[in-house]
Design a protein around this ligand. Structure first.
Ligand SMILES: NC(=O)C1=CN([C@@H]2O[C@H](COP(=O)(O)OP(=O)(O)OC[C@H]3O[C@@H](n4cnc5c(N)ncnc54)[C@H](OP(=O)(O)O)[C@@H]3O)[C@@H](O)[C@H]2O)C=CC1
Ligand SMILES: O=C1OC[C@@H](O)[C@H](O)[C@H]1O
Length: 400
């Protein structure tokens, strides 16, 4: 077997998820059976200061020769970087990703990809023009658990999927947790609210079961009916969104299918952290697949068929874990002892694509990311949620 090829990563921003992702990136891929690729973190940039980037590299355990930059522009220009991971708030993704693509860098960009679909389309055009790799970092799609669920569906065990119910809700008590309204979860200037941050996972479950599992030429965007409740504390950020999607589908493939995707900052998918309630249910005429645990990092599945069959599976993330663990945008949440977070799967896919010369991720094409962004645009339109012009704009560069 040939020796693994190394992909050189640059990390853009040094906040919560940048730390978690970088720690996962530094876990030896052979611990999860990945032998063809290795990851090296060669640089990190902070818009706050070079000192902050230095501290980030130290805290995450990166090699001492990794470069620290005090601006994103310097990172984008670094000739030793193969791919940049963007970990700023959603409000900034369009500007940051355009900067990196313009500079000739491959990009893995955190979710939500952009604030709106017109921004994403321009990024996709730029990536295609420059022949660069671009992928939305929806880590959950790359988990072995997700691959298993999609295979169960295409194997026909539950019959054609007729309905999906998917929730991602976290009882945060926003008045307490985000008192000053500045936190990115509720701040309109940072594209705050449940939909773009959390609802995207409910939509991920709907799309990866009802859309990605269809033959490519049969994938048709759904129609959207939505209700939204604004968060009174900061007004132009949503605290709940409830979305009904209707997927047109030919009779041979099972006919029209429905989905309900819900998200909330106020109530919980799993009150008190219970694992007894499925966060996603994928239903067909022969039975259903239930997914348990937070929809961004589910931990178990249950196949329940009408004939009495029940197949349960646990899906611990491989280790070793690096550090204390942290998996959400508001500082709580802990990965179980010894486990990795699970962000390495998307990193492996991005690195593999770069090695193979592919320009898109295997389990979420850019076309699918655009359809999902269009759905979220429609939900915001129906809910009357518009963000400030400086972050909705497609004008590049815009100073944020
Ligand atoms: N996949 C997942 O599980 C998760 C994904 N996310 C996604 O990652 C992104 C970042 O979230 P998270 O890490 O929680 O956010 P943080 O607020 O913890 O970090 C964001 C970082 O972005 C940089 N930044 C640049 N401009 C601004 C600005 N105006 N305001 C705030 N930060 C700024 C800062 O880094 P610096 O000063 O170094 O430039 C900051 O530390 C979001 O898009 C979110 O959706 C978040 C949590 C979990
Ligand atoms: O992507 C995410 O997953 C975990 C959530 O808690 C976090 O807010 C979100 O950004």
């Amino acid at each position: 077997m040939s020796s693994p090829k190394t992909i050189r990563w640059g990390i853009l921003a040094t906040g919560g998820i940048a730390i978690t992702f970088t720690k996962d990136l530094l876990v030896d891929p052979t611990t999860r059976g990945v032998k063809h690729v290795k990851h090296a973190v060669v640089a990190a940039a902070s818009s706050s200061s070079k000192a902050r980037a230095e501290q980030f590299l130290k805290d995450t355990g990166c090699p001492t020769d990794a470069k620290a930059y005090g601006s994103y522009e310097e990172l984008a220009k670094d000739p030793n970087v193969d791919i940049i991971y963007i970990a700023t708030p959603h409000s900034h993704h369009y500007q940051n990703a355009m900067l990196c693509l313009e500079a000739g860098k491959n990009v893995l960009c955190e979710k939500a990809f952009t604030v709106n679909a017109p921004q994403l389309k321009l990024l996709v055009d730029k990536a295609r023009e420059k022949k660069l790799f671009l992928m939305e970092a929806v880590w959950t799609r790359y988990f072995p658990l997700s691959i298993y669920v999609r295979e169960l569906i295409t194997s026909g065990r539950i019959g054609p999927v007729a309905r999906v119910l998917a929730d991602n809700s976290v009882a945060l008590n926003p008045e307490e947790s985000f008192k000053d309204g500045k936190n990115r979860m509720v701040n309109p200037d940072l594209a705050g609210g449940a939909l773009l941050d959390l609802g995207i996972y409910s939509l991920t479950w709907v799309f990866q079961t009802l859309y990605l599992t269809q033959p490519e030429d049969a994938r048709t965007p759904p129609t959207v009916l939505a209700a939204m409740k604004k968060y009174a504390g900061t007004k132009d950020a949503d605290e709940h969104a409830t979305i009904i999607l209707t997927f047109p589908r030919s009779e041979e493939l099972g006919g029209v299918a429905h989905a309900v995707a819900t998200t909330s900052l106020r109530v919980a998918s799993a009150p008190g952290g219970t694992q007894d309630l499925p966060t996603t249910r994928i239903q067909g005429p022969k039975g259903e697949i239930q997914v348990y645990g937070p929809s961004f990092r589910p931990t178990s599945t249950k196949l329940v068929l009408g004939d009495g069959t029940v197949e349960e599976k646990q899906w611990p993330q491989p280790g070793p874990g690096k550090g204390s663990g942290w998996y959400n945008g508001f500082g709580s949440g802990k990965q179980p002892e010894g486990e990795g977070q699970g962000m390495f799967w998307e990193a492996d896919e991005a690195a593999t694509a770069v090695l193979e010369g592919r320009k898109e991720g295997k389990y979420e094409s850019l076309a699918e990311s655009i359809v999902i962004m269009e759905v979220m645009d429609e939900v915001r339109k129906q809910g009357g949620l518009v963000y400030p012009e400086k972050i909705e704009t497609t004008k590049y560069p815009t100073q944020l």
